[in-house]
Ligand binder design. Structure first.
Ligand SMILES: [Zn+2]
Length: 137
């Protein structure tokens, strides 16, 4: 019984796009928005959420693989750009106990310095400029 269903699903999905990163992000966003809507009960949002849900599964069941692949590539390029900005911030938050980040006044490169309270001199590894660094906390 279960095997037959598995075969039928496999046959049905043959030639269809299936799931990708855009699907995963969309479905997560859908559930977050649906949860908010459950409490907010805003007019028209139910309709928009339904349209969003239909669009998500339209992509999964689509046979236009090239177009869906291109959409996913655009999505990945966008999230890549976002992560490029978010990752350094996240890194600083993780390193807050061990390191402080200071910019070289000469070339502008960011240096990761170990936490040593007080005023110190440091060398920029890129331009070899020597400058003072104050670490208070
Ligand atoms: Zn420098």
């Amino acid at each position: 019984m279960l095997e037959k269903l598995k075969v039928k699903i496999t046959q049905f999905m043959e030639g269809r796009y299936g799931i990708d990163q855009l699907y995963m992000a969309s479905i997560a966003l859908y559930f977050v928005l649906a949860l908010i809507q459950l409490y907010a009960q805003l007019p028209l949002v139910d309709l928009l959420l339904t349209a969003f849900f239909v669009w998500i599964f339209y992509r999964v069941l689509s046979k236009n693989l090239k177009a869906r692949y291109a959409e996913n590539e655009k999505f990945l390029a966008f999230t890549g750009k976002v992560m490029k900005r978010v990752n350094p911030v996240w890194q600083r938050i993780r390193d807050v106990r061990k390191y402080r980040y200071r910019k070289c006044p000469e070339c502008g490169v960011t240096l990761r310095l170990p936490v040593k309270r007080g005023t110190h001199t440091t060398n920029c590894p890129k331009c070899k400029h020597r400058f003072e660094v104050k670490i208070r906390v």
